[in-house]
Design a protein around this ligand. Structure first.
Ligand code: ZN
Length: 311
């Protein structure tokens, strides 16, 4: 990368205590640590301080509560252990469906906001913690039953896995690899617009890696399927966890020697080849007709990295 700043949603400033969290006594000790704190989610959105601030709120952070707040909001399971921060152990919990702050002792502490919309305004480490917690809470919420035998599963290792008491199967949080790529030809890169995106909004093409496929093979297949582009020798650059709900976005640049392309008509409605000059204007929000993802998303940094390769 040309920019030394880590990508948003990376570099989570926690010690995950991976070698200790499988010991029930360790997790139990963290739960009763008087310094322990809790970050709270409702409908997949974290409780953030300074909710009443304006659009530009650098340093926006997660509200840290006492662990007892998990009971107050009707959390279905014990809080998940996220890791150790300088101030003590940190946990996360999800409020019961339909929970509202109004009328509770938590009213006035902040507001629930969608991470995707405000990650760029959050303190870097806080956005990373929010992404980690969102991904884990979502996974627990969707894996209450054993995929092998159908019995109800139980949280284990403070939330680092679930265990089935009936068949003893262990289930681990998912991470789904996604290739996100720029096909490049001469001084242009290929961007696409999905049918459900606003008019004028374009981004790098992307798709899930399938079983039995390397990252590079998945990248080339997605370019063929979504855009009819035949590229060669894709090159990996960097990656970003994307908690919607559990993707790991792996960015590549894939050279091709032809501008031929056609949208797949299912996912992609429109394709455009943009020059570096146009891409610079897009990233700056100064292009007259084309917009692209902001700096919270890896697509923005992928386009930026390609621009920087000029010459
Ligand atoms: Zn089972």
């Amino acid at each position: 990368m040309t920019d030394p700043t880590p990508l948003p949603l990376t570099a989570v400033p926690l010690d995950r205590a991976g070698e200790q969290r499988s010991a029930p006594a360790f997790i139990a000790a963290q739960r009763v640590d008087p310094r322990a704190s809790l970050v709270l989610f409702a409908e997949g959105q974290p409780l953030l301080a300074d909710h009443a601030g304006g659009a530009d709120r650098p340093g926006l952070g997660l509200v840290r509560l006492n662990l007892a707040a998990a009971g107050l909001v009707g959390a279905a399971e014990p809080p998940i252990f996220l890791g150790l921060e300088a101030s003590g152990p940190l946990f996360a919990a999800a409020a019961r469906p339909g929970f509202r702050l109004a009328g509770t002792p938590l009213e006035g502490l902040g507001g629930f906001e969608e991470v995707r919309m405000i990650a760029g305004a959050m303190h870097h480490g806080e956005a990373g913690i929010a992404g980690l917690a969102k991904s884990l809470l979502d996974w627990h919420g969707r894996h209450g039953f054993c995929a092998r035998c159908g019995a109800r599963t139980e949280m284990a290792d403070g939330g680092a896995k679930r265990r089935c008491p009936s068949c003893a199967a262990e289930h681990f949080p998912r991470v789904d690899p996604v290739a996100i790529m720029l096909a490049v030809c001469e001084d242009r890169c290929l961007l696409g617009r999905q049918k459900n995106w606003p008019s004028g909004f374009f981004s790098a093409l992307a798709g899930f890696i399938e079983p039995g496929e390397s990252l590079e093979e998945g990248c080339l297949r997605e370019l063929r399927e979504e855009a009819g582009v035949i590229a060669q020798r894709p090159r990996y650059l960097f990656c970003q966890p994307w908690p919607y709900p559990s993707s790991l976005m792996l960015a590549l640049i894939a050279p091709t020697d032809r501008f031929d392309c056609r949208p797949d008509a299912q996912e992609i409605e429109e394709l455009i080849w943009v020059t570096r000059t146009e891409a610079r204007a897009m990233l700056a929000g100064a292009h007259p007709s084309v917009r692209c993802p902001g700096p919270h998303a890896i697509a923005h940094h992928l386009i930026k990295a390609w621009i920087a390769e000029e010459g």
